[in-house]
Design a protein around this ligand. Structure first.
Ligand SMILES: [Zn+2]
Ligand SMILES: [Zn+2]
Length: 304
């Protein structure tokens, strides 16, 4: 069962050096969640083999152009392809107004859009389906902004195949056993669930900390997260600029990962002032060794 992040864009405001603005797709058990949608996101989707028709939820961290200017193109293509299924959009206030105006004068869409406005001050549950829950993470930026914590739900226990044969268990009884039930044999003997099943793999998690100044409370909100993408617009040489613009340095991103006890850190949202990303990696790894450079097209998987 897949839990996989594909980065579509990893640069900040100005696209540069082949890096597009922020966008990514999280695939959890073949459900696709779009996270931010910077310019060119749909071009990247076709380049990197992401099936855009599978996307039903879109999570937008904030309304700066480098996180939303790909949305119009993406929605428009969906309409051209005859999509009928609704798209759910989660974002800070204002997205609905922006998107409605765009499509008011350009022919509309073939499917409904459902807008959900986030309270960017709160760390709360904003979405759940069969596979995951999503919590918003308050960020500190120049406009209201939220990060997102995607957490896989506990999966059913695994049946021990040899026990099916041993006790001659009918296939129709298997779902109940996987859900935790004991099994009663025709002679009345009760076989405990522990004997019949193996525990499920641990639920996996991913946190997206989009544009934000260094904000230590994030670490406790994402404690123990498997995979963390934390913006690192600058390196320490431009720390003042980071403070002024509501961004973080690579070192600060690593500090959050360390405090959160994260499994792995991915850096991204690089300023176009940096051609080489090597300084980002060195700076972050000095604090949090399990750091990797995000890059357009890179895929990060969390093993089951
Ligand atoms: Zn940005
Ligand atoms: Zn921003």
């Amino acid at each position: 069962m897949r839990f996989e992040l594909t980065l579509l864009g990893t640069n900040s405001a100005l696209p540069a050096y082949g890096r597009f603005p922020s966008a990514q797709v999280l695939n959890v058990q073949e459900r696709h969640y779009l996270v931010d949608c910077g310019e060119g996101a749909q071009i990247r989707m076709s380049q990197f083999g992401v099936r855009r028709s599978k996307i039903q939820q879109v999570f937008i961290s904030h309304l700066h152009g480098d996180h939303i200017f790909g949305l119009a193109g993406f929605l428009s293509s969906m309409a051209l392809l005859g999509r009928e299924d609704p798209i759910e959009l989660y974002s800070p206030k204002g997205l609905e107004e922006m998107v409605r105006v765009l499509f008011k004068y350009s022919g509309g869409l073939s499917f409904p859009l459902h807008f959900h406005t986030l309270d960017t001050e709160k760390n709360q549950l904003i979405f759940e389906d069969k596979a995951i829950t999503v919590h918003s993470l308050p960020l500190v930026h120049r406009v209201p902004s939220a990060g997102f914590l995607f957490r896989e739900k506990e999966r059913p226990r695994n049946m021990r195949p040899e026990k099916i044969e041993t006790y001659n268990i009918h296939y129709r009884d298997i779902p109940a056993i996987k859900a935790g039930a004991d099994y009663v044999l025709p002679d009345g003997r009760r076989i405990s669930n522990e004997e019949l099943t193996l525990p499920p793999p641990a639920p996996r998690s991913y946190a997206y900390c989009s544009d934000t100044a260094y904000h230590e409370p994030l670490a406790s909100m994402i404690q123990g997260v498997d995979l963390l993408y934390h913006e690192s617009t600058f390196c320490e040489d431009m720390r003042e600029q980071a403070v002024l613009t509501g961004h973080s340095t690579a070192r600060q991103a690593a500090e959050i990962a360390r405090l959160a006890g994260a499994g792995r850190l991915i850096l991204g949202h690089y300023s176009s002032r940096y051609k080489s990303l090597k300084p980002f990696l060195e700076e972050a790894r000095a604090v949090f060794p399990n750091t990797e450079l995000g890059d357009d097209g890179r895929v990060f998987e969390v093993e089951a």
